[in-house]
Ligand binder design. Sequence first.
Ligand SMILES: Cc1ncc(COP(=O)(O)O)c(C=O)c1O
Length: 410
Amino acid sequence: MHPDRNLPREALSFAADRLERALEPRARPVEIVEALELPQRLPERGVGEMAALEQIAEATLERAAQLDNPGFFAHMDPPPPWITWITALWNAAVNPNLLHEDTGAAARRVERRVIAWLAPEFGMDGGHVVPGSTMANLTALWAAREVAGIRRVVASAQAHLSVRKAAVILGLDYEAAPSGADHRLDPHALPDLTDAAIVLTAGTTATGAIDPLDAGGDAAWRHIDAAWAGPLRLSRHHRHVLEGVEHADSVAVSAHKWLYQPKESALVLFADETAAHDVMTFGGGYLAVPNVGMLGSHGAAAISLAATLLAWGRQGMEARIDADMARADRLARLVARDERFELWGPNRSGVIAWRPRQADPAGLRDSMRHAFVSLTHLESGTWLRSVAANPAADPDAVFAAAVDALGDSR
Ligand SMILES: Cc1ncc(COP(=O)(O)O)c(C=O)c1O
């Protein structure tokens, strides 16, 4: 075997040791990283694999944000389960290319199977895997332009920036429709939609609001951006939150958010896969199978997702999502009953916006010692934001850290 492919056992145990070290809970889940100990210029001579791993581990692994720290209650990025670390290693080693049947036959079939498992949960009949919901939204609106001839995209003022970005890329006009104080799109304030796609959001980025998913009945195309809250469909207790999603023409779901996958992994789903895929299929020359969608050469993100779904089943996914929702509920309760703090609104999809009444939220956040939350900028100013993507998050500890920081600032 070529030495580049002959992985020494010592490298594996080094990798496991350094990983274990990086995963030991740190006092602060996020550190400020200013300078990295890496050469300024492209090295002329290599230092060898083990020395390179040592340098990279110091520069990245041990300085990475600890997404599974009990104090990390912040962003939509989950700490992926260990089964996905192993599939990621395997994927990197065998390097399938889903563009080709020759080098990606098995991985292509795994992707088809994962889509067949998940699409029915959203009332969709198929779709494919993409690297994120930015790409899923773009792909869905591309289908809308080709299949339904849309010329405009209408979405609420709270929609993710990727929706506007997709409209710009596709040469479509973009219109922001009003949303209410609860950040839900106002269905009574919609323009004529007969030449438009309406994009409804299930789980807005800033506050987790869920648009009325049956709005815009006269639209030429209805797309649901369920990048964040889509996985609630796998929970019997919470699936009703996305009631109406099954009437959409397309749905975007990020697996690298609430399906706990490593980046980059998302699904674009269609009510009529054949119609959507037909307009985005290209072939020719060296391609044995048609190229469907935005991507050319791409890897097998679906393998990690398939492994996770096999390991946990729907019930295991449900248990984790339900527990995450309970953690968000707990934080919301703690905030609501403490008069020094303000809760933006109830827990709709595991995103809680909250803030101190008498202190600067950004300053408070920076002085929290053993916890980390994100910030969200709303009409009413800056708020703290906690997203329930970390199954190890401890809402009591996070809230206690905010209370302590408030005390310190007095
Ligand atoms: C509602 C919503 N849509 C789309 C996206 C974009 O998804 P991605 O980051 O997977 O490209 C996000 C990301 O946060 C989001 O919150």
